[in-house]
Design a protein around this ligand. Structure first.
Ligand code: FBP
Length: 551
């Protein structure tokens, strides 16, 4: 069954940047300057001899001078779902077909493994039309297989040769696009004749830099979470009896948490990057939240909302040391000895014996459920699964302890009832906002233009995004420009630099200037649900982050 909104969204015509609206025959290329990687230029140049340092390019109105050869393109969705992925595929398909009805688009199934397994579908109008302007990645599925070894590249080259594929489009985050650049270089060195183009995806918002203003999906996901957080705030302000601890997705960076805070003005929002910068301990974090709870209680408000970014615990320096020690403590066969101990008390004694005094102090202040999680739920390599830690519960339990201590000292006399939420999967497959629908369609359309003009190792780039779509600028940027060398798994690797929240950037500074007031007063704002139809100022809003960054 197709819902009325779904049906209506099929009919929505995504807005292209003005320069791509003239028809394929009237789009030409303007080449800009040669580029350099953001750091480690010599090393990256040596690793990408054929694709390094190419020119930035922009499309504009003018006679299309590209070779009109038949194109057979394969597209891959890589990593976590992000709203708008379907529209990248639709934009790519429409541009391909508009250029030449004989052009073909294959979709490799379930992520990069589809390319290695030679598992794909061929798109046609009937199939593609069911996915226009809808959320999800179910058009072909996604996966987290990494395309990074020479052996995998050789298989990919074989599959491309077998089907006459001329280009691969990889829709993914920083890692997937890093791998796209390596694959492009491999294909170039082996004269395979296959181009590789990337598209910037991730709800986490951490694939951005001076060229890529935002990754797609961030807009819709944060609007979805902000709607829900606003609703919870209104409930809190109506019932006046709960403190809500809301964890929001974002594996590492806190862009999602910050954007939601800008949208909803909660009483508290942790920013992982600030925790790391100030080397905050668990105890200090819990104290700062408890300060807000106590100040509001003193004004008769025993309710509030705190936003916790998913990745925060890894940014707490003392916790990183603790995790390292636990991994060492249970390495190899020592895990068996630990698991054989029959009671938690005996296990606790084992832990006490094995950790340094400093780490034991950190361990001791964690709630027992979290302590047990650290030792019992471990990945196949025996490592602690940090992502499973319920940090919203961790912090609320620690705040409770802090408040009880203050009560004993006569410094707090309120009530503290905490409720917990985790907002993540709720937003990753939402119907894309008009912004994401337009942006993604443009990225896909633009990716085809890059292919047609023969570029490889480029990221599809659409910028000037805080302006109306008519004024967006379409073009491409060599992926190597975004790279630096980083230590990964004991080796120096060329990677796209991940964008963490900039503590000197305007979005964080805006938040920082206001948060003291939000912590004590009730300043909630209620963004409401994403609107798809109606006035532009309601339907085509970008994120506050983008607006502040571009002001
Ligand atoms: P990508 O970086 O692949 O876009 O995924 C981001 C993300 O949604 C994170 O916010 C979250 O931590 C993670 O994926 C969850 O992964 P999974 O879907 O494997 O549970």
């Amino acid at each position: 069954m197709i819902t009325p909104l779904q049906k209506a969204r099929y009919e929505y015509a995504p807005k292209l940047p003005g320069m791509l609206r003239h028809g394929i025959a009237d789009i030409c290329v303007e080449e800009g300057d040669y580029t350099e990687s953001v750091a480690d230029q010599e090393k990256i140049k040596a690793l990408f001899p054929l694709t390094y340092g190419k020119k930035e390019i922009t499309f504009k109105k003018g006679t299309n001078t590209a070779d009109a050869k038949k194109q057979v393109v394969g597209v891959i969705l890589s990593g976590g779902q992000a709203p708008g992925g379907h529209n990248v595929v639709c934009g790519l398909y429409d541009a391909l077909k508009a250029a030449n009805g004989e052009n073909v688009l294959y979709g490799f199934k379930n992520g990069p493994s589809g390319l290695l397994n030679d598992d794909f579908i061929e798109f046609d109008d009937e199939y593609i039309n069911q996915f226009r302007n809808t959320g999800g990645f179910d058009i072909i599925g996604s996966g987290r297989t990494k395309l990074e070894t020479k052996e995998q590249f050789a298989v990919a080259a074989e599959v491309c040769k077998k089907h006459g594929i001329t280009a691969i489009v990889i829709i993914g985050g920083d890692d997937s696009n890093t791998n796209a650049a390596v694959l492009a270089e491999y294909f170039a060195q082996n004269n395979s004749g296959v181009q590789v183009i990337g598209c910037p995806k991730t709800i986490d918002g951490d694939l951005k830099n001076e060229d890529i203003e935002c990754s797609f999906g961030f807009d819709t996901a944060t609007k979805t979470y902000s709607e829900l957080i606003g609703n919870i705030e209104r409930d809190a302000n109506s019932a006046k009896k709960y403190w809500h601890f809301i964890k929001v997705m974002g594996r590492s960076a806190s862009h999602v948490a910050l954007e939601c805070a800008l949208e909803t003005q909660p009483n508290y929002c942790l920013i992982s990057e600030e925790v790391a910068e100030k080397k905050m301990s668990f105890s200090q974090i819990a104290d700062s939240i408890a300060d807000s709870v106590a100040a509001r209680a003193a004004n008769g408000m025993n309710f509030g909302v705190a936003i916790i970014p998913e990745g925060v615990v890894e940014f707490v320096p003392e916790f990183a040391v603790l995790i390292h020690e636990i991994n060492e403590l249970l390495a190899g066969t020592k895990a068996e000895a630990f698991n054989a101990l029959p009671t938690w008390a005996e296990k606790y004694a084992f832990i006490e014996n094995g950790l340094t005094k400093e780490s034991m102090e950190v361990f001791a202040i964690l709630p027992q459920s979290i302590q047990q999680q650290l030792f019992l739920e471990r990945d196949p390599h025996g490592n602690v699964q940090v992502s499973l830690i319920e940090s919203e519960k961790l912090f609320s339990a620690m705040v409770k302890d802090k408040l009880e201590a203050r009560r004993k000292e006569g410094k707090y006399n309120g009530k503290f009832n905490a409720l917990h939420h985790f907002l993540g999967y709720e937003g990753r497959c939402a119907f894309p906002s008009n912004f994401d629908a337009d942006y993604c369609y443009s990225l896909g359309y633009n990716a085809f233009m890059l292919i047609q003009y023969g570029y490889t190792g480029y990221l599809s780039k659409v910028s000037n995004l805080s302006k109306p779509a008519e004024e967006w600028v379409a073009g491409g940027m060599p992926i190597t420009k975004m790279m630096n060398m980083e230590r990964r798994h004991g080796e120096d690797k060329p990677v796209i630099k991940k964008a963490l929240v900039d503590l000197n950037g305007k979005p964080f500074r805006y938040f920082e200037e206001r948060r003291a007031q939000w912590a004590v007063e009730t300043c909630y704002t209620y963004p409401g649900a994403i609107q798809y139809y109606g006035p532009t100022e309601v339907c085509d809003l970008t994120t506050k982050t983008l607006k502040l960054e571009k002001e």
